[in-house]
Design a protein around this ligand. Structure first.
Ligand SMILES: NC(=O)c1ccc[n+]([C@@H]2O[C@H](COP(=O)([O-])OP(=O)(O)OC[C@H]3O[C@@H](n4cnc5c(N)ncnc54)[C@H](O)[C@@H]3O)[C@@H](O)[C@H]2O)c1
Ligand SMILES: O=P(O)(O)OC[C@H](O)CO
Length: 333
């Protein structure tokens, strides 16, 4: 078995490295922070991004991308979506010619509206049939302590999806394969936007009826966008869609939910992001999701409301009244 390279040693990159190591793989974890790489090697810890977790000895930290990527048959990318293109492009010559590249990222690139599989393919020069995406109800802090969960491993190439599913499946992490890459990626990106909306509502003091309404109508709008982009409607009812909506919209561990909650309590966006820490992808991806929707003539009122709030175009108190003032209609996609 070849080693696996994980690019990005944040909360999820480090946790996924642990998942792979616990599945029996040798893992090289590339970090841009020398202190993180040293701590992984010397203390088997990453206190900066994943505090309190002991990492398996099978994970080696490095700041040298060539050392991470040499001989790696699987390359996993866990870098925030908006900086992924710039971070990956210089690494293109270092990727092994037959390596499968896995995106763990849940966002849509601003200004291009590209999905992360497209960003990875373009920046690394890797063809679509060697790209895999992983998305599901996967809160890093729960998985890092071995709590059971499932995920979806998606690729247009079934062999590539199986390769990655075999590499990461272990006693607490169960992968299901899928060939609907666009659908799985949209699930991951849009659920973060809906989690912001639910966080806002809960920060304002609203209860579970409001949350359930936003989660369900969020599912409707993410499905509507997905179908317009060629995804299958049933994908959105699966683990990466409904499953991850539940995890992200209900758990205080979600950074997107937490940022929303701070906004609902009256913090400014900068204050909310600073108080949360880590990467809340929905803040920026809400804008690219809305642009994608506009290009395809798809109505996404919750996303539009979140964009209005995070761009400062609408006070947070107006989000609920705006959504409820919309004309009545029949239920359905
Ligand atoms: N944390 C989770 O529970 C979780 C679960 C599933 C998916 N994701 C997704 O995984 C991705 C990464 O999230 P995370 O939780 O690991 O974020 P994080 O904020 O914990 O860590 C981000 C990592 O990216 C690195 N980074 C930032 N800018 C960089 C740059 N320009 N070049 C190279 N490296 C850079 C940081 O050093 C850090 O290692 C996001 O798209 C997120 O939506 C996160
Ligand atoms: O912390 P969040 O909001 O980025 O969510 C983490 C994962 O995506 C949940 O599946």
């Amino acid at each position: 078995m070849t080693p696996v390279a994980v690019l990005g040693a944040g909360a999820w990159g480090t946790t996924f490295a642990k998942v792979l190591a616990d599945a029996g793989r040798e893992v090289r974890l590339w970090s841009r922070e020398a202190s993180v790489a040293a701590a992984v090697n010397e203390q088997h810890r990453n206190e900066q991004f994943l505090p309190g977790i002991d990492l398996p000895a099978g994970i080696t930290g490095t700041t040298d991308p060539a050392a991470a990527l040499a001989g790696a048959g699987i390359v996993v990318v866990a870098i925030p979506s908006q900086v992924a293109r710039g971070a990956l492009a210089p690494l293109a010559p270092l990727i092994e010619p037959d390596a499968v590249v896995v995106s763990l990222m849940k966002g849509v690139e601003l200004s291009t509206d590209r999905l992360m599989s497209e960003v990875v393919a373009e920046s690394l020069g890797v063809p679509e049939d060697r790209i895999v995406v992983v998305s599901g109800p996967n809160l890093a802090k729960e998985i890092a302590v071995g709590q059971p969960t499932a995920t979806v491993v998606a690729s247009t190439n079934e062999d590539a999806a199986r390769l990655v599913a075999t590499a990461c499946g272990n006693s607490y992490f169960r992968p299901y394969t899928n060939d609907d890459v666009v659908g799985i990626e949209l699930c991951g990106a849009v659920k973060n936007v809906i989690a912001l909306a639910v966080g806002i509502a809960q920060g304002m003091g609203y209860g579970w009826n409001t949350a359930a309404t936003l989660i369900n109508r969020g599912l409707v709008e993410m499905t509507r966008l997905g179908v317009a982009l060629g995804a299958r409607a049933e994908t959105f009812a699966g683990l990466a869609g409904m499953g991850d909506l539940v995890a992200t919209c209900a758990s205080p561990l979600s950074r997107n939910h937490t940022v929303g909650s701070h906004l609902g309590q009256g913090l400014s966006l900068d204050e909310a992001i600073a108080a949360t820490g880590g990467t809340a992808e929905g803040v920026k991806s809400s804008q690219s999701v809305l642009e994608l929707a506009a290009k395809h003539g798809v109505e996404m009122p919750i996303t539009a409301g979140v964009v209005a709030v995070v761009t400062g175009a609408m006070p947070v108190q107006d989000l609920g009244p705006m959504l409820l003032a919309r004309p009545q209609k029949a239920e359905g996609v």
